[in-house]
Design a binder for this molecule. Structure first.
Ligand code: SF4
Length: 505
């Protein structure tokens, strides 16, 4: 299957994003709102917040380190409850199973709830090939599907669209009068989607958590569409990565408090569905058939890498995206695949191949804001640094290729990259030599001043012009601090206060 991955076009992608005024407006509004509500929700949790984060991290660490045991337990419980478990090594295996099942059951229409896993394997396309129409039922995903785009945020797929964009889209695709009233647009989408729920033969969801001890799939949402997706169609397919399993029901008391606060600033999500097996009688709600597809798609390789393993702890809350100064400016599509932001810059190279996504781990100032907000305390900056090392270390590239997309990996680590590496190493050696000697430092500062004056307005017209096209290059002051210091020191008295020259004190 030809997966749409455009990670190699990262530079062009982000340049386009930076030049898109509409996108900049949409991103600024949405990310600042998400960040503000999250921060209020965290504040309201008080001291408990840090305890919850520590506990969540410990649970995830334990679950990931004993994944074989908990997956086995989860799978036996699903089968005991009348469900089926399919172990998929990659996207093709998962797609073949789900599309084959739809064909066998005569399904023509499948309703879907928001699921990054189904985006990862491009399930909609596989279903279309099998003659099955897949309709997204989460409002954001529905908007994206109508627009023929893909999500730009793991939680809010249409974050890059303004209200006016959606009004235009609905008027064009749903053939209705244009309105920017949010209530009217939502009511319209609800009306269209209700009809689809009623006639769908299959409901497809992801899984926020999979509880090993009970075989329960837990889904968190705010719109109620997951409830309908999992109860109305005859067949329910839940697609989950191997990392979604947690040991016990009581662990949910931690995650269900952390996830909504981190994701949308809510104390609790509007709906939390606990799905335990198929319906047992005609009067009960629920599907007649339950199929759980457990997907690897490169995650076993992630598990084997001690330095990067904790990327499997992610609960996809999106907080690290909202706080990231890079994501805030370039949005999700620039990253070229479905996982954007800081966690995307860690996940994508592991899933599509380091060489293919070599630019992503460098798209970070390593400010650490992502680690600060992460409810699981995932050390994203450390993993970004490690990935940079793996990508730049000669001989390492290509060793860790994994995931479905890696099958079509083409080396992109060419001569240009190597020359850039040599130049960067030489520059750092020179920097180290200058910083070790005060005399060399003083000469270098004088030289930098002369170069700075020659470069003029933000380096335009000189070799660094490309670098300064997206960055500020502050003007070098006429006199350095070292040169000014004797005068400054003369103005400071013994207690460290500035002398009042006028009073002669
Ligand atoms: S890395 Fe942490 S903050 Fe980012 S999406 Fe995952 S859980 Fe949320």
């Amino acid at each position: 299957m030809d997966h749409e991955i455009n990670t190699e076009g990262f530079v062009d992608n982000y340049r386009r994003a930076l030049a898109d005024a509409q996108l900049q407006k949409a991103l600024a509004n949405a990310t600042s709102r998400f960040t503000m509500v999250r921060s209020l929700a965290v504040k309201s949790a008080g001291e408990e917040w840090e305890r919850l984060r520590t506990r969540a991290r410990a649970i995830k660490e334990h679950a990931i380190n004993h994944l074989d045991h908990y997956l086995e337990e989860f799978s036996s419980n699903i089968e005991r409850l009348g469900g089926h478990v399919f172990w998929a090594r990659d996207a093709d295996e998962a797609n073949d199973y789900i599309a084959g099942l739809a064909r066998e059951r005569g399904v023509k229409l499948a309703v879907k709830s928001k699921s990054m896993m189904t985006e990862e394997i491009e399930l909609n396309r596989a279903l279309a090939v099998a003659g099955v129409e897949a309709v997204e039922t989460d409002l954001g995903e529905y908007i994206i599907q109508l627009a023929g785009e893909r999500p730009s945020h793991i939680l809010a797929p249409a974050i890059h669209k303004t209200r006016a964009d959606v009004a235009d889209l609905f008027a064009e695709k749903l053939h209705t009068e244009r309105t920017e009233e949010i209530e009217l647009m939502t009511a319209l989408a609800r009306r269209v989607l209700r009809e689809r729920f009623a006639s769908a033969g299959m409901g497809v969801t992801g899984a926020n958590f999979a509880v090993a001890e009970t075989g329960t799939i837990v889904l968190v949402e705010n719109e109620g569409n997951i409830r309908l997706t999992t109860t109305l169609p005859r067949v329910h397919v839940a697609l989950m990565g191997i990392e979604k399993v947690i040991p016990r029901v009581e662990d949910l008391t931690v995650f269900l408090r952390l996830l909504p606060r981190s994701a949308s600033g809510q104390q609790m999500s509007a709906y939390v569905s606990f799905l335990t097996g198929v319906k047992r009688s005609a009067t009960e709600e629920g599907p007649e058939e339950l199929h759980v597809v457990v997907l690897d798609n490169g995650r076993v390789d992630m598990l084997a890498n001690e330095k990067l393993r904790e990327s499997l702890y992610c609960i996809r809350c999106g907080a690290c995206l909202n706080i990231c100064p890079v994501y805030q400016k370039i949005g999700g599509h620039a990253y070229g695949w479905i996982y954007p932001g800081p966690i995307g810059a860690v996940l994508t190279p592991q899933l599509v191949g380091r060489s293919r996504a070599a630019g992503l781990p460098f798209a970070s100032s390593l400010c650490g804001a992502c680690r600060e907000v992460c409810p699981i305390k995932i050390d994203i900056p450390d993993m970004l640094l490690h990935l940079r090392h793996e990508i730049k270390e000669p001989g390492l590239e290509g060793k860790h290729e994994s995931g479905t997309a890696a099958k079509s990996f083409k080396p992109a680590f060419n001569l240009k990259h190597r020359l850039a590496l040599i130049a960067e190493r030489a520059a750092f050696k020179l920097w180290a030599a200058v910083m070790k000697s005060p005399a060399r430092y003083a000469r270098a500062a004088r030289f930098a001043r002369l170069v700075g004056q020659a470069m003029g307005d933000n380096g335009r017209g000189l070799p660094v012009a490309r670098w300064t096209a997206t960055r500020d290059l502050p003007a070098v002051p006429a006199r350095s601090f070292r040169e000014r210091w004797p005068e400054v020191a003369a103005e400071i008295d013994d207690s460290g206060k500035k002398r009042d020259i006028k009073d002669g004190r």
